[in-house]
Structure formats: structure tokens, C-alpha cells
Design a protein around this ligand. Structure first.
Ligand SMILES: [Fe+2]
Length: 314
């Protein structure tokens, strides 16, 4: 049995199409989707339609599905969430709302569990080391090779006592999660941890690729293959610029473009910048209102990481 494990598509239907074609070519006969189907790229309906057309696909809910319930107000900080919520069809919204938070399944006597965040399995330990906002300090030279990242992932976690204590409470088996958009995997004392990375918005300091992972279980033997499918990011951005999302949520779209260009976290740093901007101007409105959102983005572009350098290395 070979599963294609796919997570964090974030409305990027072109990347999902590439991943599904690659998975089919590699003999995938099962599909596991680990959440975050919408928000960031504008094709949530197309993404959900593709997933719903796969017989037997197993899916769980991600945290971005919760953002579809963003509070009313003028479209500042939540411009993209509210645009996406308006764009999703009622039928697809009902499908999203019915998704479970976690699932467990058995494959040839091997138990596979899946939740959107590693926190469901190992507490905050993994995320503290390997969250995207920590990567600029972790890899200050910029891009990091897959081999170096996997070495770091396995070595760092194996040496973390709190992580090992969490791990000891888990039964042997396979634990799948996404959420941090960092493709990684490792086997720790009989417990496999697998994060397929992000299909639609990779943030793991590599090349811009649609990431996913193949998991094969054959006669009880487990093997894992990380896949990364390169594609034309400029063509993707040009396509987004023709959509209603870009017209209605330009600032959020532009921040996502910079994540696609760099394969690194930008949203968190922009939100931090906006918070600092609002604090300096005495604006206590949260979520950020339209005028603050636009002014903070102008300041963000202006400083480009220079004027408030302490904001960009946290
Ligand atoms: Fe995500």
C-alpha cells in the first residue's frame, strides 16, 4: 500500500494537480490529507473539488479552516479570509465543516494517526524547534539542503528530553501532521513522525516546490519518500493577479507572493511589523483595520527588514 500524504494546500490548485499527477505516476493507492485546504491562493473550490473526487481519500481539518469564521469588520487583516469564505460554495463549506480534527487507521497491522499539528502528538516541543519563524535564525545563511534539514530535525529532537518524554507516551506506529510547512520525517524508537511539508505554500528554506510525501507499507515494512515537484512561481503569481482575491485582498496576496518567491516565512513577520506599527501609532484596534493594514504594509515595504531589524529575526 502506498499513501500520498498531502498537507497545507492553501487554495493552490495548480500545485495540487502536479502533486496528484506525480503521486499517480508513483503508484499511490491511498491519499491522506492533513488540513489547510484554503486561504492564501484563491482556488479553494477547485482544491476541494479535486480532493472530493478521489475515492477513499481520508481528510482532516486544519487551523486555517477556522479562519473562515473571521470576525466581521472592515476588510483589513482578515481581507483574505473573508474573501475566501465568500468564494467557497455552500456545499464545499459543509464538507470542510464536517471534517474531523484527527483520524486513526490501520494498514497491515500498522496504526497511522493524523492530526494537523504535531502538538496533538508531542506537545509543543517539535514546533518550538521547527516553526517557520525560527528558521531564519536557525539557518542564517539562507537556503538549507534537504539532507541538512533532515539531519538537524532528527538530531535536535532526539536530544530534546521533553520531546523524548512525550514520545515515550506514544504507541509505536506512524504519526502524520502538517501545519509548519516544513517537510520532514524521522523514526524515533519505533514511532515514525511524518510531515509532508506544504503542497501549496512551502516555507522550509528550500526551492519553491509542491511538496508531499509517499508512505509505503509492505509486509509491515515502512518506507518514506519525500517528493518535491518544481514549478513556475512567476506563472502562478501572474495567475493569482487575474483573480478576485488579488482585487479584494491585495496586501495579503503580495505577502504570499514573497513567501512563494523565497520559500520562507513572511506572514508572521509582517503581522509582527503591523503590530509594532499599530503600537507606535497608538492604534489598539484588532484585528487591524484597513487604514492601519495598508499603512503597515507601506512601512513594511519601505523598511524591507532594515529599519526595524529586530522584528525580522525573532
Ligand atoms: Fe498551513
Amino acid at each position: 500500500m502506498t499513501y500520498a500524504i498531502i498537507s497545507d494546500i492553501h487554495g493552490n490548485a495548480p500545485s495540487l494537480q502536479l502533486v496528484l499527477a506525480d503521486a499517480r505516476a508513483h503508484g499511490a493507492d491511498g491519499y491522506l490529507f492533513a488540513g489547510d485546504y484554503c486561504i492564501s491562493a484563491p482556488w479553494a473550490n477547485e482544491v476541494i473539488g479535486l480532493i472530493r473526487s478521489i475515492p477513499g481519500a481520508r481528510c482532516i481539518r486544519g487551523n486555517d479552516e477556522d479562519h473562515l469564521d473571521a470576525p466581521d469588520g472592515d476588510d483589513g487583516q482578515f481581507e483574505v479570509s473573508r474573501w475566501c469564505a465568500r468564494a467557497i460554495s455552500p456545499d464545499n463549506r459543509a464538507w470542510l465543516d464536517a471534517l474531523p480534527e484527527e483520524i486513526a487507521l490501520d494498514c497491515q497491522g500498522v496504526t497511522i494517526r493524523m492530526a494537523h499539528s504535531s502538538e496533538a502528538f508531542v506537545g509543543k516541543t517539535l514546533h518550538e524547534h521547527f516553526r517557520t519563524s525560527a528558521l531564519p535564525a536557525r539557518y542564517p545563511e539562507g537556503a538549507v539542503s534537504r539532507e541538512a534539514l533532515l539531519d538537524d530535525f532528527r538530531h535536535t529532537l532526539a536530544q530534546d528530553e521533553r520531546f523524548c518524554a512525550c514520545l515515550a507516551t506514544l504507541q509505536q506506529g506512524i504519526y502524520i501532521f502538517g501545519h509548519n510547512h516544513i517537510q520532514s520525517h524521522g523514526c524515533f524508537d519505533g514511532r515514525w513522525l511524518i510531515n509532508p511539508g506544504s503542497c501549496g505554500l512551502p516555507l522550509d528554506c528550500g526551492d519553491f516546490c509542491a511538496a508531499y510525501t509517499l508512505l509505503t507499507i509492505e509486509d509491515g515494512v515502512i518506507s518514506v519518500e519525500e517528493r518535491r515537484i518544481p514549478y513556475d512561481v512567476e506563472a502562478l503569481i501572474a495567475q493569482v493577479k487575474t483573480t478576485g482575491q488579488y482585487q479584494n485582498a491585495r496586501i495579503w496576496s503580495e505577502v504570499i507572493f514573497s513567501e512563494w518567491h523565497t520559500c520562507r516565512e513572511k506572514v508572521y513577520f509582517f503581522l509582527t511589523c503591523a503590530d509594532e506599527y499599530a503600537r507606535r501609532t497608538g492604534d489598539e484596534r484588532r484585528p487591524f483595520a484597513r487604514d492601519t493594514w495598508e499603512a503597515a504594509y507601506a512601512a513594511w515595504q519601505d523598511c524591507a527588514g532594515q529599519r526595524w531589524p529586530e522584528l525580522f529575526v525573532r
